[in-house]
Design a protein around this ligand. Structure first.
Ligand code: PMP
Length: 444
């Protein structure tokens, strides 16, 4: 890369601006500098270095896949360092995973399904169990034929993106929105348009603007205990959003991983868009066991009109020959055993305690530096800072103070905001983490 001096001359901008930009890029892991040999794009961005003349970079950068932001990888590295307090990961801590329940169930497991390749949609019996689960827990009507089992909700989203949309298509999504939906959409060549939100979720009328201006072909929403803001779309806005999208024939992808995780004392969330919609055909509804049981399970599903589900199943066949039959047995057993209900109740209690601890600590240590939304469910607390802080500086100080949070820019947020997950750390570490975060912000 050009030296700071060269760049400042070439672009006609102040040298200190260039220095600050390079230092930001360095802290975020995009570039590395070595004494004497200048500044280069980080090798880790490309994976392996070229060896014996084979330039993997030309392959890696030529594929359609766009990796997640380098800053996400940097924050992950910080989170993995010993003694870091981790508010950056949207995953439960090990003590909240139902390991004992699952181990006990696995000892009982008898394989009732053929061990051939699975039916690419999922075996009929498993889909019946999911269908009953959706009815009982989510009041979503989904015939087994309309269900496709996927490797997590993420794969469902991948299938929708690659099978139903084309590069160049415009899609609407919440601003800010789930980070791995954003990178997936970018990899698929979609044009992303964010819809502004407030504490009651997105503003439905924005759909009209986006439709008129950009002809959006689909919207993607996570309306309940949203990742990253923790907000829930109000009932009246749900109805309005459905109405506006139905009038314009815009399909909605509803991602619903968190809605069973209402915290104690909170009113239950409104019904899903899928459950509220007349006929439901406009809504592709995605779910998962990752957030209430274990992400390593990879049990996810999508509900779609049966022809669409079959089409996505064909793509899944091409991709991986269907969801593992053994995991289907475990999913069936887990959901029919009823043990998960006790686990869910404990989980909601634990998350409530952690959220409360975080709120008290924030009030005490960050009261004059930030504002935040009080989550009623799920894992995330969204914190808006009073001052704008460059991501690179934030990352550097987080590393020094051994605390990890996700900067709002990762989710496409404007201004300075942070996503704090209270799912990952035990109650007794939360105050220490917030104290460290306050020290980071003081330094900046
Ligand atoms: N959607 C949202 C909003 C999520 O937060 C996540 C996980 N972080 C997923 C989808 C993917 O979940 P899964 O493990 O089921 O693929």
């Amino acid at each position: 890369l050009p030296t700071e001096r060269e760049l400042s001359v070439r672009l006609g901008i102040n040298r200190s601006t260039v220095t600050a930009a390079y230092s930001d890029l360095r802290a975020s892991g995009f570039v590395q500098s070595t004494q004497g040999s200048g500044t280069r794009v980080s090798e880790t961005l490309w994976g392996d270095t070229p060896k014996r003349g084979l330039n993997w970079h030309s392959y890696v950068s030529g594929g359609s896949f766009v990796p997640t932001l380098a800053i996400v990888r940097r924050v992950r590295e910080i989170a993995a360092a010993p003694d870091t307090v981790v508010f950056s990961r949207g995953e439960l801590s090990a003590d909240l995973l139902p390991s004992d329940q699952l181990s006990a169930l696995l000892r009982e497991l008898t394989l009732s399904m053929p061990l051939d390749y699975a039916n690419p949609k999922g075996e009929a019996e498993t889909r019946e169990v999911i269908s009953a689960h959706l009815k009982e827990q989510y009041r979503v009507n989904a015939a087994p034929d309309e269900i496709l089992l996927t490797s997590g909700a993420q794969q469902a989203l991948h299938l929708v993106t690659h099978c139903l949309l084309n590069p160049g298509d415009a899609v609407g999504l919440e601003g800010p929105s789930y980070a791995y939906s954003r990178s997936l959409f970018v990899s698929a060549g979609l044009r992303l348009f964010q819809m502004p939100m407030d504490e009651h979720g997105l503003i439905p009328e924005e759909v009209v603007q986006l439709y008129n201006k950009h002809k959006i072909r689909m919207i993607f929403v996570n309306p309940t205990y949203q990742n990253p803001t923790g907000t829930t779309l109000s009932l009246s806005r749900r109805r309005r959003l459905l109405e506006l999208c139905e009038e314009r024939r815009i399909p909605i992808v509803e991602d619903d991983p968190y809605s069973l995780l209402a915290l104690e004392g909170a009113a239950p969330p409104p019904l899903s868009l899928k459950a509220l919609s007349s006929g439901g055909g406009h809504v592709l509804y995605m779910g998962t066991l990752s957030k209430m049981a274990a992400p390593g399970f990879r049990a996810g599903w999508i509900v779609a009109p049966s022809g669409v589900a079959s089409r996505l199943a064909e793509a899944k066949q091409e991709m991986d020959y269907g969801y593992s039959t053994i995991l289907q047995e475990v999913t069936k057993l887990y959901l029919t055993s009823g043990v998960w209900q006790g686990h869910l109740a404990d989980l909601r209690q634990a998350l409530t305690r952690r959220r409360n601890r975080m709120l008290t600590a924030l009030q005490e240590h960050l009261g004059n530096r930030a504002e935040w939304l009080v989550p009623q469910g799920g894992y995330y607390l969204w914190c808006k800072l009073n001052r704008k802080i460059p991501d690179g500086e934030l990352v550097r100080e987080m590393e020094a103070h051994r605390v990890a949070v996700m900067p709002g820019s990762v989710y496409g947020a404007e201004g300075s905001s942070l996503r704090l997950s209270y799912a990952r750390e035990p109650e007794n570490r939360i105050e220490e983490g917030i104290r460290r975060l306050a020290a980071v912000l003081r330094r900046l």
